[in-house]
Design a protein around this ligand. Structure first.
Ligand code: SAM
Length: 257
């Protein structure tokens, strides 16, 4: 099959713009109802209430264009399962994109995409608008993916039943990085995979403790209780390094020069 050229409107480099407007997520899905219960609470819910982010889940089925709202069909060549058809998704994307004038970054959540990393999340958090396509069944007809030319992103080397959970992972991870979304200014920069280590390496976070001081015979580390902030910082940095060496030495190998 000839690879379709992306149409002019598929140019989706998502240049940074729209400062002071909430970052917008449009999600294309067959199950729009599952987003609000998961994203409407906690950090994402508060960020939305504070006007830092907005999202809208669009039902691809509304663009089925047939009386049975059919959006899938049997795969050419036979085999199990169903495949999502081109036209309903294409029309749903065009309709969602028309709702806002900012440049959009199209993303298709797929196990075959580039693995989602914190570095990628940091980059996506600079975009004004992200459009996320969640597949179902055996997947989506390849031709509409070629036409829309989205960035393809995976949340891991395993297969889920749909792209909705991956889309929510991505949204949650991005929202945490929007200035003001977390209570404490530094909390995201101290998390695992942030550039908190020596030479901006991406270390794992240190262990955390809270009251009571002794629980089930286990004591919280003495250094955290003494009020010496420099000693606490030193201890935490050592813990980050030790943990990373032990659990994820690959992060240290990958660290920039
Ligand atoms: N047949 C496809 C394959 O093997 O690559 C898997 C289809 S999966 C059952 C249905 C949908 O779930 C996919 O189209 C994708 O949107 C989503 N999905 C499943 N696993 C995913 C992952 N690890 N990362 C991102 N999306 C995933």
């Amino acid at each position: 099959m000839t690879k379709a050229e992306p149409t002019a409107d598929a140019v989706n480099d998502g240049a940074t713009s729209g400062a002071n407007r909430p970052i917008r997520f449009d999600i294309l899905t067959l199950f729009p109802a599952i987003f609000e219960p998961a994203l409407g609470v906690g950090v994402c819910g508060k960020a939305r209430d504070a006007g830092l982010v907005e999202w809208q889940a669009h039902d691809i089925r509304n663009h089925a264009g047939n009386k049975h709202s059919k959006v899938d069909d049997r795969p050419f060549g036979g085999g199990p399962g169903m495949v999502m058809m081109c036209q309903p998704l294409f029309d749903a994307v065009r309709s969602a994109e028309a709702m806002d004038d900012r440049p959009v970054t199209r993303i298709f959540l797929t196990p075959q995409g580039e693995p989602l990393t914190q570095a990628m999340v940091e980059e996506l958090a600079t975009k004004p608008r992200l459009l996320l396509i969640a597949g179902r069944y055996e997947g989506i007809d390849e031709r509409v993916i070629e036409k829309l030319a989205p960035r393809e992103i995976s949340v891991g080397d395993f297969v889920l039943s749909g792209g909705e959970l991956p889309a929510m992972c991505l949204i949650d991870a991005v929202v945490r990085l929007i200035p003001g979304a977390l209570g404490h200014e530094d909390s995201a920069s101290e998390d695992s995979f942030s550039q908190a280590g020596p030479d901006r390496s991406r270390l794992l976070d240190c262990p955390h403790y809270t009251r009571p001081r002794v629980w089930e015979g286990l004591e919280a580390p003495e250094v955290l209780l003494g009020g010496d902030h420099e000693a606490v910082d030193r201890w935490r940095n050592e813990q980050r390094l030790q943990r990373t060496r032990r659990r994820r030495p690959d992060l240290l190998e990958d660290s920039p020069e």
